[in-house]
Ligand binder design. Structure first.
Ligand code: GUN
Ligand code: ZN
Length: 370
């Protein structure tokens, strides 16, 4: 095992922990920005350090297409290649193919898809996914899982969950660097508590260094989503990190942390920035709106990020959607907001004032109590 997970404080099911990875010691709960191609769009690695980013996510599938994991390996691994000294996590690739390419076909052997480069059929097996991720060299690597949308029903959900369990053994057998890279298993099973329970127990038996809860944030209602997270965290070991994949919105991160989850990733803060929307304690601030044209305030007067210190809403209104600098500055602020949220969760749990923090957060987001 190449990590240490020390719980420093709790409030009911919520935990504040220190997660020591080969390249960085992180504090949880934590949010991981998504850097699909070895970059968080528009931000330098120095800026990511400045805002307190501890770990970023890369995608096996995208990195394998360009520049290729062999080249990354030859050039000394992804940390060196992208000049990022802190922690990295790579997702296994299956989810990206299924969500991006409608032509992907899943069989027991792996995921078959048409190469977007030359249209030739390509096969990503659990062994190949782990081999690529060993070459990329992230601190945490993810098992190849069979992902289905939570909104579908029927035997496909069960098939995908059992296949995910069979694939984890192929991933474990293929993993060549367990001393420097941590392989996380992914709980599947849709919205079915019986299937989720079988998957949780199957993965826990494999004694992996950490566990992810997958297959969520795919269009199911919040109630079902939170119920699955609550059930999975209750069944996973206390002394290992728990990662809810593809989540999410600030509210979801607060709720999932209360339910005992530790790690999150989502494209939302940077994607919404590119559409001109800033995350603020009250919810969303749309900088494209005409009212912003003459507004001399910063995006968020309570934010101490570089953008809020230096630029007005009026200036950002002028930039958004017209100049790349607009989305870069908004991404910088939005990720700063997510990093502050992670820190606030950590310290409020640690200092025994988590309920007050959650109440304040909810009051700001829902002032009318709805
Ligand atoms: N990203 C968001 N959800 C998932 C999931 O269920 N599996 C994987 N591998 N990645 C994800
Ligand atoms: Zn800011």
């Amino acid at each position: 095992m190449a990590l240490r997970f020390e719980i420093l404080g709790r409030f009911n099911r919520a935990r504040a922990a220190r997660l020591t990875l080969p390249h960085f010691t992180c504090q949880t709960p934590l949010f991981m920005p998504v850097g699909t191609q070895g970059t968080i769009k528009g931000l330098t690695t120095d800026q990511l350090e400045d805002i307190g980013c501890q770990i970023i996510l890369g995608n096996t599938y995208h990195l394998e297409l360009r520049p290729g994991s062999r080249l990354i390996d030859e050039l000394g691994g992804l940390h060196k290649f992208m000049n990022w000294k802190r922690a990295l996590l790579t997702d296994s690739g299956g989810f990206q193919m299924v969500s991006l390419l409608h032509l992907a076909d899943i069989t027991e052997e792996g995921v078959t898809f048409q190469s977007p480069v030359d249209g030739k059929p390509m096969l990503l097996t659990p062994e190949e996914s782990i081999h690529i991720q060993n070459n990329i060299g992230a601190d945490i690597i993810m098992a190849l899982d069979d992902v289905v949308k939570t909104t579908i029903t029927g035997p496909r959900i069960e098939e995908a969950m059992y296949r995910t369990l069979r694939w984890i053994d192929r991933c474990i057998a293929a993993h060549k660097k367990p001393d420097v890279q941590n392989l996380f298993g992914i709980v599947q099973g849709g919205l079915d508590p019986v299937l989720r329970d079988i998957c949780v127990r199957g993965l826990v038996e494999r004694n992996l260094p950490g566990f992810a809860i997958g297959g969520l944030a795919g269009g199911e209602d919040k109630d079902s989503f939170w119920r699955v997270v609550a059930q999975c965290t209750a069944g996973l070991p206390e002394n290992k990190p728990r990662y809810v994949m593809g989540v999410g919105y600030p509210l979801d991160i607060v709720v999932c942390s209360a339910l005992g989850a530790d790690m999150y990733d989502c494209v939302y803060p940077t994607r919404t920035a590119r559409f001109g929307t800033a995350l603020v304690p009250e919810g969303l601030l749309k900088l494209k709106q005409n009212a912003m044209a003459t507004d001399e305030r910063p995006i968020d007067p309570t934010c101490s990020c570089m953008v809020c210190k230096k630029y007005t809403r009026a200036y950002l209104h002028c930039l958004v959607t017209k100049d790349a600098m607009g989305s870069q500055l908004l991404s910088y602020h939005n990720l700063s907001f997510m990093m502050r949220l992670s820190r606030d969760l950590h310290t409020s749990i640690l200092e025994g004032r988590f309920p007050e923090f959650v109440r304040g957060f909810l009051r700001a987001q829902f002032p009318k109590g709805d």
